[in-house]
Design a protein around this ligand. Structure first.
Ligand code: ACO
Length: 322
């Protein structure tokens, strides 16, 4: 059995903030941000636009695209590092918002790599017959954990959510080879001090703020994470030439382009949305997937590589025949 993508959707907060607007309250400039990161704007949530609210909106859009209702789903996995509450999980909050009473729901936390971890986890349940249809969601409100006085981090992130519906399909009678073909995950906890939040119930007792050594994250992102992509190509017997689209985590245009170049992936195959969304952590890949599906780039049968790295460090890649 294969886990086939049968719908996707996304949700953004109403308020869009350009670099120029940001430079009125933070000592920065449009030039600096665009040159270093490729980011031109980001969406920032208001008080009512919580992670679960955005996640539920994205989930409903994905269900609509798949022509399903919440009752057709028996698994929800939500990737987030910015839950509404420590518990219950954002996934069960979304389950309630959707009016879904069956199945089971839980969160995964792998920061920016969360969506790749969530897809990989859902695929295990679907391919082994433990679930039939899964909503896999990436939802974040990083604006709530940013230090708005720290210009080296606050200009980089945005809020939003994206979701896909995965359905377990038997090989027989379906278009050849559709679905999640292979996925590989990694983590190395020794790098915790390069990207972390300086709060939490077990430390300060407050939510805390994101802290990052940007240069080291950059170096690791470009230098080390291509191993999971090479592994995905090897395991599936495909190469960069077979890819229709490369949809990496949208942290930074320079990281994305340097990684694509290193892997021999043509720049025109790279889906880039960091310019309009900023870095939305676990939400960035499903947001980008939804953009590329809606504008007609990603079509059924396309070979799509998703890839991400996040705090920990955690990283991973998955190859999907759309
Ligand atoms: N506006 C204007 N100037 C700034 C800003 C800003 N927002 N932020 C920093 N500067 C200044 C610095 O103070 C410094 O000034 P100085 O030379 O007078 O000391 C100068 O710009 C250069 O700062 P650097 O930190 O050296 O800038 P760098 O070229 O390394 O770029 C950046 C910083 C964009 C964060 C880069 O390191 C990077 O892209 N890192 C990757 C981190 C990333 O993308 N993380 C996302 C989260 S992790 C993830 O998603 C996987």
């Amino acid at each position: 059995r294969r886990s086939v993508v049968i719908g996707c959707g996304s949700a953004l907060p109403a308020r869009c903030v350009t670099n120029d607007e940001l430079s009125r309250t933070v000592d920065t400039s449009d030039d600096w941000i665009v040159q270093r990161t490729g980011i031109r704007q980001r969406y920032l949530a208001d008080a009512g636009e919580t992670t679960s609210v955005l996640g539920a909106r994205a989930a409903r859009a994905a269900l609509d695209a798949a022509g399903l209702t919440a009752d057709d789903i028996d698994l929800i996995i939500c990737a987030t590092s910015t839950p509404d509450h420590t518990f219950p999980s954002t996934a069960t909050e979304i389950q309630a918002a959707l009016g879904m009473r069956g199945g089971f729901a839980f969160d995964v936390q792998a920061v920016c790599a969360g969506f790749v971890y969530a897809v990989t986890t859902a695929d295990k349940f679907l391919s082994t017959g433990s679930a039939r249809r899964a909503l896999v969601i990436g939802a974040e409100t990083f604006s709530r954990i940013l230090d708005w006085e720290d210009r080296t981090t606050c200009v980089l992130f945005g809020d939003g959510a994206g979701a896909i519906v995965l359905e377990a399909q038997d090989g027989a009678g379906t278009s050849a080879d559709r679905g999640v073909l292979t996925a590989s995950l990694r983590s190395d906890g020794r790098h915790r001090d390069k990207l972390y939040v300086d709060g939490g119930p077990g430390s300060t007792g407050t939510t805390g703020h994101l802290r990052m050594t940007g240069k080291e994250v950059f170096r690791f992102a470009v230098g080390s994470v291509t191993d999971v992509i090479d592994e995905a190509f090897r395991a599936s017997g495909t190469t960069a030439d077979d890819l229709a689209w490369f949809v990496p985590h949208q942290a930074n245009r320079r990281i994305i382009e340097a990684s694509a170049d290193k892997l021999g992936i043509a720049r025109e195959k790279v889906v880039l949305t960091v310019d309009r969304h900023g870095n939305t952590s676990a939400a960035s890949i499903p947001l980008a997937l939804d953009v590329a599906c809606k504008d007609g780039r990603i079509r059924a049968g396309d070979l799509v590589m998703i890839e991400a790295i996040g705090g920990g460090f955690t990283w991973g890649a998955a190859l999907i025949r759309w």
